[in-house]
Design a protein around this ligand. Structure first.
Ligand code: SF4
Length: 394
């Protein structure tokens, strides 16, 4: 119920970029429960181990072991935090009230690391995701954390500036945003206004259309995509479904339709519609699996998976009894360069063999992808000349 939902905080710092841009989203999202994914769970575990390493006195040792492939990421983070907070005073897994920031009495946030180093309030956020690159600049989640930590740390010394950092090791990404205390106060005012808007819409029924404000970043992780009337409407509008003016003959392929400008327009449309399309498909599929009949659609079974032995040992024994020779029963596979490197590092492959092996390693070239101008990666220019393309035969 609504009352129940209000008991928890509505304005989570992690979705601030969404509710600040699209204040009605908090209302629409109530229809879609938050599902924890395997990715979220591996992140939680990495955080728990990092917290334990940084603050053994106050943090419990996690029961589940850290997968070995994650150990280095956690170690790097721990070293980074130790370096950044040296000589300062820090709190790990620091729980703060966000009442003064978002106006919600229940709202709390947990900051991975908050520290006062000199007169700088430092906020460090450990992002374990390997999907979307998270930037520090203008990141409202970091800002809200900083504002939440402010009162506590200002008891110890004057805070002159605020430095907020994203540590995202699986994207090889460390990003920092530093602002003066005046700037932080100015931004705090803006967050408060936006939070008040979102809270006001949370209880609105019906939801006024102006409360929904689609854009690529806000909508990306919004759980309400499949139900969002604004997203659908904007998409349809962008597709420009106008009646075709009859008389004029339409050229089959007009040069304009493939012009760079048109492609740019269409790409923006695709960036916008793709998440909506995916969300609609997922929601319809989910309902169909629950037995809901979706008009004009049905469920079918795909191909079966490849066959596997249910019991490897029993299959081995049975095959041993056949007339097959050992090499007929087993396939042998050479180890990969990555596996060889591991063995070299472990001292199992000698320093004289390794260089020879290295000469035998090749890897496929990095492939280009087209991304928005705003992407942080350096632009790549194709070097192909006209000669690289074979002429089209007549
Ligand atoms: S899908 Fe986009 S526009 Fe719709 S509620 Fe979510 S963030 Fe707002």
């Amino acid at each position: 119920s609504r009352k129940l939902a209000m008991a928890h905080s509505v304005l989570a710092p992690s979705s601030a970029h969404r509710w600040m841009h699209c204040p009605g989203s908090v209302n629409l999202e109530r229809l879609f429960p938050n599902q924890s994914s395997a990715y979220a769970e591996e992140g939680t575990l990495a955080h728990a181990w990092a917290a334990f390493a940084l603050d053994k006195d106050n943090q419990a040792q996690p029961e589940k072991p850290l997968p070995s492939e994650h150990a280095q990421y956690v170690k790097d983070y721990v070293e980074f935090v130790n370096r950044e907070t040296e000589g300062g005073f820090r709190q790990i897994e620091f729980r703060v009230s966000l009442l003064k920031v978002t106006g919600e009495a229940e709202a709390k946030g947990t900051i991975d690391c908050a520290a006062l180093v000199g007169n700088t309030l430092k906020i460090i956020d450990f992002k374990f995701g390997q999907g979307v690159l998270v930037e520090a600049k203008n990141n409202p989640q970091l800002l809200i954390y900083a504002l939440g930590a402010f009162d506590f740390f200002s008891m110890f010394d004057e805070i002159k500036d605020v430095e907020m950092t994203i540590f995202q090791p699986r994207k090889d990404h460390i990003d920092t945003w530093k602002i003066s205390i005046d700037e932080a106060n100015r931004l705090a005012e803006m967050v408060r206004t936006k939070a008040a808007d979102a809270l006001q819409y949370f209880n609105a029924d019906p939801l006024p259309p102006e409360s929904l404000n689609p854009n690529v970043e806000a909508c990306r992780f919004c759980r309400a995509k499949a139900a969002c009337p604004k997203l659908r409407q904007q998409g349809a509008q962008a597709c420009d479904f106008k009646p075709i003016a009859d008389e004029k003959p339409v050229p089959i392929i007009s040069a304009e339709a493939l012009s760079p400008e048109k492609l740019s327009e269409n790409l923006k449309l695709a960036d916008f519609l793709e998440p909506w399309i995916t969300a609609v498909r997922e929601e319809a599929f989910r309902q169909a699996l629950e037995g809901v009949v979706i008009p004009d659609y049905k469920l079918v079974l795909g191909r079966q998976g490849t066959r596997q032995w249910t019991n490897q040992e029993a299959a081995e024994t049975a095959l041993e009894k056949s007339k097959l020779k050992l090499e007929e029963r087993y396939t042998r596979k050479l180890i990969s360069p990555t596996q060889a490197e591991k063995l070299f590092k472990a001292g199992r492959i000698g320093p004289r063999t390794w260089p020879k092996l290295q000469e035998l390693i090749t890897r496929s070239e990095a492939q280009p992808t087209l991304v928005p101008e705003t992407d942080k990666r350096e632009a790549w220019t194709p070097t192909a000349t006209a000669d690289d393309f074979s002429p089209i035969p007549n």
